[in-house]
Design a binder for this molecule. Structure first.
Ligand code: FAD
Length: 511
């Protein structure tokens, strides 16, 4: 049975791996010349810049996502770096008892608890309440492959269910807790401001903070040395080893349907590729409204298109610099206040700056040199996409002016690096859109709403269309690489089930 897959992002590649393992003949059609989609990095001169993974959930044992990655990759062959400090936040108004304005978010929970309690013994009860749910989360295996266990068969499942209930208790208790509501419960002004500023003054559900922290502590959310593209290429390698085929530089224009059945893909140069099943692992808006011309949508999907229901995740304006300086002494990831707010050409005003120094990945720059990234998250993504479309010189000029301003600010922060910048690169939402087709340049699909676990109305199948499936980070608000592999795996399982094939894993890795 032949399956055509649109997109060699992580979801498409992983679905391809699982389908090949189960005897399907698959071929991926990818518009770009390389695998990975958003999971990417690029080289400029001697420097590599990364556009994705700061951390990959399941990089080691301690998260069941590790089991999943190990099904399609030899995880032992990837060198993951685990940071001691996840983030450094420079405050504006308060100092701690040592006279420092800097807050450190440690990844080791014991260290974090001791650090917070030392800074504010008067808040020790609240600090314990902050740490406790993370310890519970660690015991609870996230459900991704729980459904592979035989129902009610083993003691193991019983234990897992108990842990699940304990997790559920904490989840329900804290589901409305945000960094702001938590900060209000603290007495110490330095800690209050630290928690408020963790997300640059944005109010964010505490699960967004505690879920990764609980996994960082287990050293199971590391950064893959070599970068995101290297990571994606390893999945591509597995897919090809399993007998899968990929056609690069082959944008899909249409999904050809007949009487409500997906029949073939129309690609570049009007070439048609027939198949028994079509799986789109590309952008949801492109798939539903361009490739399928809006013929197979329901009211919920129409609502999404009109931006009712779910919000699109932030896009990013990413400045990357190759600096001829050894910056090993500096924190790898920091956020700090600016004296004067900076206004992006898209109208967003920022009073803080986020700097990512890749001083821990030796593959990113020659010895003595460093790749540095400054990121600004934006919801005014259409500004960049429209400007690039309508007026390319104006787009380039805006990029240049914004980059020059960032260089001035970075020069102050990093202490005179302006003359040492050898390479400059700026990616906008238009760049992310152009390379991956992600609607509005979204970096992770949908933004999670108040209900963090609520599913997306974009399902594995589209209404009224047979022999068609869809999988990507647009299936689950929050997105990210774990969701990409999980959707790829789940859709492959569904295809197996619908075709009376028992879903099996063919071992690839050494784990
Ligand atoms: C700046 C940034 C930082 C991030 N940081 C992290 C992180 O630290 N941890 C994490 O887990 N996640 C992170 N993410 C999110 C993660 O990269 C994505 O959620 C994930 O890669 C999405 O995978 P996907 O396969 O669903 O979609 P995509 O990566 O978008 O893949 C879709 C593929 O389909 C192809 N395609 C689209 N249209 C067509 C067409 N018409 N014809 C042929 N091919 C087509 C695209 O080129 C692409 O290759 C980050 C993303 C960004 C941009």
């Amino acid at each position: 049975m032949k399956i055509n897959i649109i997109g060699a992002g992580v979801s498409g590649l992983s679905a391809g791996c699982y389908l090949q393992m189960n005897g399907f003949e698959t071929e991926i059609f990818e518009k770009h010349s390389i695998p990975g989609g958003l999971c990417t990095s690029w080289k400029k001169g001697e420097y590599t810049f990364d556009g994705c993974a700061h951390w990959i959930l399941g990089s080691d044992k301690g998260s069941s996502f590790n089991k999943m990655w190990s099904e399609i990759l030899d995880m032992k062959k990837i060198n993951f770096h685990n940071h001691d400090i996840r983030l450094q936040v420079d405050l504006k108004n308060n100092v701690n008892k040592y006279g420092e304005k800097v807050f450190h978010l440690y990844t080791n929970l014991n260290k974090l608890q001791a650090y917070l309690t030392d800074l504010s013994p008067e808040d020790s009860d609240q600090i314990k309440k902050f740490i406790k749910p993370m310890r519970v989360m660690q015991k609870f295996d996230l459900p991704p492959i729980l459904d592979d266990l035989p129902f009610f068969k083993s003691m193991l499942r019983g234990i897992k269910m108990m842990r699940y209930l304990e997790f559920l208790y904490w989840f329900l208790k804290l589901k409305n807790e945000t960094n702001f509501t938590f900060a209000r419960k603290l007495k110490n002004p330095f800690l209050k401001e630290s928690f408020e500023m963790l997300y640059d003054g944005e109010e964010v559900n505490m699960m967004i903070l505690t879920m990764p922290l609980s996994v960082f502590d287990l050293k199971s959310a590391g950064y893959p040395i070599g970068g995101s593209l290297n990571f994606a290429k390893k999945i591509e390698e597995s897919y090809l080893k399993l007998g899968g085929k990929i056609k690069y530089n082959t944008p899909v224009k249409k999904i050809i349907t007949e009487n409500g059945i997906a029949k073939a893909l129309l690609v570049r140069n009007n070439v048609i590729h027939d198949s028994d099943i079509t799986l789109s692992a590309a952008d949801w808006n492109f798939t539903a409204f361009d490739a399928l011309e809006g013929k197979f949508v329901n009211p919920q999907m129409m609502n999404l298109k009109e931006l009712k229901g779910l919000e699109v995740f932030f896009s990013v304006v990413q400045f990357s610099f190759g600096i001829n300086a050894d910056l090993k002494h500096l924190p790898h990831f920091s956020r700090y206040p600016l004296d004067v707010p900076i206004v992006s050409p898209d109208g967003t005003s920022y009073d803080r700056m986020e700097v990512h120094i890749y001083n821990y990945d030796p593959t990113f720059a020659p010895e003595g040199k460093t790749s540095v990234v400054v990121s600004y998250y934006t919801k005014n993504r259409d500004f960049w996409i429209d400007l690039r479309k309508k007026d390319r010189p104006a787009y380039r000029l805006k990029k240049k002016e914004f980059t020059d301003r960032i260089i001035e600010l970075l020069d102050i922060r990093l202490g005179g690096i302006k003359d040492k910048i050898e390479v400059t690169d700026m990616a906008t939402p238009a760049t992310f859109y152009r390379y991956t087709n992600n609607w509005k340049g979204s970096t992770q699909g949908w933004l999670p709403g108040k209900n963090l676990l609520a599913p997306s109305p974009v399902n594995f199948s589209f209404p009224g269309l047979k022999n068609f499936y869809f999988s990507s980070h647009w299936n689950q608000p929050g997105g990210g690489l774990p969701i990409a592999i999980k959707t790829g795996r789940d859709v492959a399982k569904l295809i197996c089930k619908n075709n009376n094939v028992e879903f099996k894993i063919k071992k690839i890795g050494s784990d």
